[in-house]
Write a protein that binds this ligand. Structure first.
Ligand code: GLN
Length: 202
């Protein structure tokens, strides 16, 4: 471990919940880099797409010329974690017909799918593949996953059985905000995926 360099994880910092992700990444022993411009992506091992407002984030990602470089990073196998609005940007399908953005996860989302009257809520989530302790999910105008494809592994479900944390290969997403609790299992998993990626034969 000692000879191994620390993973460098970017956090898209155009809008939304950035600081908490930066802190979470540092807590699991990786370096965190705020990403605002394409040059900030150079040398990163993985990227977090935080929560915020996905329509605004789409617009800003395009305005700053980040769409293609981020897509290229993902094609190259760099692990990604999208939370809340970030999950919407990663999804291949949106149930309101809105265009997909990065389309890296074979699932369908419904924006604000938990309903406006229930803007925010918290729930303990079963997440057996992450350990026996439940994950505490903080949902803020969260997307609801309405369909998942066969290659998507469901890491956690809400009490009604909707997937709320998923993994497809090197891409992770949550409908809730793991950075707002002190449970670091998802950020740790992201960093572990970097390790797997660098051990893969060239
Ligand atoms: N409701 C937001 C959207 O549709 C997501 C909210 C969040 O990221 N906390 O983009």
């Amino acid at each position: 471990m000692s000879a191994q360099r620390r993973a460098r994880i970017g956090v898209l910092a155009l809008q939304g919940a950035v600081r908490e992700h930066v802190n979470a990444i540092r807590e699991v022993g990786a370096d965190a880099v705020e990403v605002r411009l394409p040059r900030d992506l150079v040398g990163l091992d993985a990227l977090v797409l935080p929560g915020g407002e996905s329509t605004t984030m789409r617009r800003l990602i395009d305005a700053y010329g980040l769409r293609e470089p981020i897509a290229a990073m993902a094609r190259g196998g760099a692990p990604m974690l999208g939370t809340c609005a970030g999950m919407i940007l990663l999804a291949e399908r949106n149930d309101d017909g809105e265009e997909p953005f990065f389309a890296l996860l074979d699932l369908e989302v419904r924006r604000n799918g938990y309903g406006r009257q229930l803007d925010s809520f918290e729930a303990d989530l079963d997440a057996p593949s992450l350990g026996s302790a439940p994950l505490h999910g903080i949902f803020i105008r969260a997307p609801q996953v309405t369909d998942v494809g066969p290659d998507v592994e469901v890491l956690a479900r809400d009490p009604d059985g909707h997937p709320v944390a998923v993994r497809q290969g090197h891409v992770l997403a949550t409908a809730f905000h793991p950075e707002l609790t002190d449970d670091r299992r998802l950020h740790r998993l992201l960093v572990e995926l970097v390790g797997e990626e660098s051990r893969r034969p060239a």
